[in-house]
Every structure is written in C-alpha cells, then in structure tokens.
Design a protein around this ligand. Structure first.
Ligand code: MUC
Ligand code: MG
Length: 390
C-alpha cells in the first residue's frame, strides 16, 4: 500500500463544439492524467484539467508540479497516510488541479486495494446524482436548441446558463427564451464567470426577476469586495461563489464576509479530501453547495459523481456532470451514460472506471513520436480544434 511512483500524462482530446463563457473558451480537453502506483501493483487514476486563465495552471505546469514537487514528497507514504500527504503537498502554494488529481488518484488506489467503491468510502449516501447541463455562450436560438436536445436525449431538466456578456441584455434574452421554451418544468441558474460589475449584475438580475432562477454564480470579481456584498444584499436569489472560493480558507472569507450565500464544490480543484473540508464547513454554516464542473471529461466527471453522490447535502441540487457530452472522444473503457436526467456512480472498486490504454496512447502528447507536453493536438493532427484558453 505504499506509493512508489506518480505519473503525469498530458493528453488532448478535441471538443466537437467549443464551450464559451465570460472568462475564456475551451476547444480541446488538454488535461493531464495522473496515476499513483503502489508497491503491490495497485494503480489509482484521476484527471487534472488545467484552467490557465482561472487558476494559472497549464498542462506543462501540472506535469511539473506532479513530477517535481508532489511525487518526491509522497513516495514511500502508505495510502492511509493522507493527512501526511496533504501536510507535505500544502507546503506548495496553488496548483489546485495537480494537487486534487494526486489526492483523488490516491483515493482510487485505496478503494481498489480495499475492494470498495470510493463513493461508499466517502459517505455512501446515494447511487447517483441528478444532472445539471451547462449552456455556453451562443445565440438564444442555439442555446434553446441545445437545452431541448439535452432534455430530449438525456432527460436533463436543470440548466446552468453562462452569462456575463455585454450588454447584459444579450444574456437576459437567452434566459427569457429558455424559460419561455422550456416552461416551468426546468430549473435554471446563471454563471457570470466574473464578467459583469456589481451594478451590471444587480440590473441583470432585476431584469430576470420573473424567470425564477435558482442561483446566480460568480457574476462579478471577488476583488470587488464591497460590490460583492452589495450584490448579495440586493440579489433576489442566492449568490454562489465558484472561482472566488477555491479552498476552505477562501470559503470562510467569502461566507463570513457576506460575499456569497452558496458554494460550488469542484473535485477537480479540491480533490476528495479538500472537497470534504469545504462541504463540512458549509454544512456547519447551513450554506447550500452545488457540485460544479471544471469542464471535465469522463474521468473528472466520474470523480464529481463519486463525491457528489456520497453525501446528502451534495445531492440536494443537480450536479454539473454533462460537459463531456461535447467532447469528440474520451478515455474510459465504459463510457458514462446520462439517462433519465441522472448519472449513476460507476460500479466497482475505487472510482469504478478504467482507462482505455489504446485511447490514451492515441491522445497522449508525450509519446516518443509526439510533441512535447503543452503542445497542442493541432500541431500533430491536421484539422484538430484550436487551443484551450480558459
Ligand atoms: C464554471 O462553473 O465556471 C468555467 C471555467 C471553469 O474553471 O469552470 C467552468 C465552469
Ligand atoms: Mg462557475
């Protein structure tokens, strides 16, 4: 049960359709697969999706953090020594996706070693979650068409609408069109990725007051300290902190400072161990949580549902678990299936998923014949999509 090696494999899979939002756009899943090897041959996996414009991490920086900082610090530790692992990893500031992937790969290895599903080890509350689908920027017609298609094909009835464009009437028109077309049988909430000022946010929420929104996420920058508090006071719906509350300390600051009413938990940035801390803090304070999506592929989504299904508080709202639907391919041997608006926890030990090694060989960027980490698939596959900018 001791860690002998930690691998970081950069890979890239193009999107069929890019996801666009106020802080960037994603054309390819340029992620890093992290594998934790143990002395008895058990291997745990997890995914690290770098988001340069949100957290500063890039594909090469994730590979470097895993291989030069975390691997040497963790070699020799047993899988149950997770507090020691975190004490050592916490010496390094930042690098949330790299750190989270190491943590989740350790949990996967532990579950495999024990022959238990990680969702059961974490809490075992439910066997799956309701799914919320994220709608990226487009025209009202196309966003309505996508929502109708995802509802018809997968039974999804909760939609997170990306907002934060100028003028804000663009996004108000989208939300109004969605409500008119989809009726009262769906839940809608909005996410601005810090695109508006506090004043624009207040005006936009007023213009949407009749649309029965569930939440408003990260409409303006966290550094607008007093503006955020004004927004929370004036918002008719709970204000969710996402990229402004990425670790327990920031969650405390946002909540106690009156700058947020609810918290987005993303396993891609706080892993399972850090997500537990955020969740228990929110539970203790009576604050709602949403399982968010860091534009995850299927492996990352498996981690989200493994964690989200494990607790009562995380299953109260639909989790953002459908982003992988827009990818052209993925890495799992058994693809995740959203049906009837739900995603089940993959069954089996660990995360309950396995990597298709042929697909990984095809999409990895560090093969002897391929480009160096951080190179883009467009560099080696003519016609592939353009680079990630989120
Ligand atoms: C979200 O909830 O903001 C967009 C950027 C990112 O890091 O996550 C996504 C979704
Ligand atoms: Mg968000």
């Amino acid at each position: 049960m001791r860690i002998t090696r930690i691998e970081a494999v950069p890979y890239s899979i193009p999107y069929r359709k890019p996801l666009r939002f106020a802080s960037g756009e994603v054309h390819e899943a340029a992620h890093v697969l992290v594998r934790v090897h143990t002395g008895d041959g058990v291997v745990g996996v997890a995914d690290a999706p770098p988001r340069p414009f949100t957290y500063g991490e890039t594909q090469p920086s994730v590979v470097a953090a895993v291989c030069t900082l975390f691997e040497p610090a963790l070699i020799g530790l047993g899988l149950l020594e997770r507090e020691k692992m975190h004490a050592r990893m916490n010496r390094t500031v930042g690098n949330p996706a790299a750190r989270a992937a190491v943590d989740m790969a350790v949990w996967d290895a532990l579950g495999r070693h024990l022959g238990q599903n990680v969702s059961a080890l974490l809490g075992g509350f439910a066997d799956g979650m309701r799914v919320s689908h994220m709608l990226g920027f487009d025209t009202p017609e196309r966003m309505v068409e996508e929502a109708c298609r995802v509802r018809a094909e997968h039974g999804v009835t909760t939609f997170k609408v990306k907002v934060g464009r100028r003028p804000f009437s663009l996004d108000v028109a989208v939300c109004r069109a969605l409500r008119e077309e989809l009726g009262d049988g769906v839940d809608l909430y909005v996410d601005g990725n810090r695109g508006w000022t506090a004043e624009e946010s207040v005006r936009a929420l007023r213009a949407m007051a009749d649309l029965d929104l569930l939440f408003a996420e990260e409409l303006n920058p966290a550094d607008d300290v007093l503006g955020r508090r004004r927004l929370v006071r004036q918002s008719p719906v709970p204000v969710v902190a996402d990229e402004s509350a990425t670790r327990p300390g920031e969650v405390t600051r946002e909540l106690l400072g009156g700058s947020a009413d609810a918290i987005s938990i993303k396993t891609a940035r706080t892993g399972f161990t850090g997500s537990q801390r955020v969740l228990f803090e929110c539970e203790g304070l009576g604050v709602p949580v949403i399982i968010g999506n860091q534009i995850d592929g299927q492996l990352g989504t498996a981690c989200s549902v493994v964690f989200g299904a494990a607790y009562e508080a995380t299953t109260r709202h639909a989790g953002e678990l459908s982003n992988f639907l827009d990818m052209s391919d993925d890495l799992l041997t058994d693809p995740l299936v959203i049906s009837g608006g739900r995603l089940p926890v993959p069954a089996g030990p660990g995360l309950g998923v396995a990597i298709d090694e042929d697909k990984l060989a095809h999409y990895r960027l560090d093969s002897p014949t391929g480009p160096t980490p951080g190179a883009r698939p467009a560099d080696r596959r003519p016609g592939a999509a353009s680079p990630t900018t989120a």
